[in-house]
Design a protein around this ligand. Sequence first.
Ligand code: FES
Length: 257
Amino acid sequence: MSADHSEIAVGPGGWIPVALSADLPETGVMRAVIDGTQPLDLVVWRSRSGQVSAFDNRCPHRGMRLSFGFVRGERLSCIYHGWQYGEDGACRHVPAHPDMTPPTSICANAYACRDHDGVVWISQDAENSGELPDFGGQGLRSLSVETGEAVLRKMLADTHLPVSVVSDIPTAEATIVTQNQTSLVLEAGSDAGNLRLMVHFQKITRDRTMLHVQTSPELPAALRISLSRWAERFRWSAENLGTMMNSWDATAQETHP
Ligand code: FES
């Protein structure tokens, strides 16, 4: 690739989170945008057999967004004229010329794409074989938040998490136990032992961030529901930062469900 994406935040190994695995089922197609000196606009898709792939979101034929397309077996088909692309980006089929073997020059720009530990990751290095972070999490939800990543990290460092659905102390102060360029892990004591929340940051613009949130595995269903509601309240607070920045606590959570 010739474009300079040097400002894109990547984690160890050069990987960027773009979705929770559960949100990209077999034959699913989604768009993913990542901020940088020149933003990346990607199509991310999963084949019938479960393979994940990511390309520039632009059909090599006439430039249609490939995220409008659909999956046929192990290929992504453009919605405009139906050209089909394999997992490596190479064109495999042109419906107007069904007997033609497409030349190798017809190829969508492909990225490395991996489904690892409940998260779909992409790398600008198509040959990337670097290790991915291993958090052992279970997908909770992804949230689009109209707030920059730096503010979100600051707020997460000062938040309370729901830790019980039965006791008189339903929330506890959370501690950041580790973080890197793309991810952060919060921990708090809970009814179910140490509760961990993994938050993966997909920077969309300077003021807009996609959060991909995972929890410790095998949490009670009621606690996962409480954490999902916490995530909604956290978004509300982040997007109303002007009035909430100094009062982000459990009381604010209860006041603005
Ligand atoms: S624009 Fe995609 S097949 Fe024509």
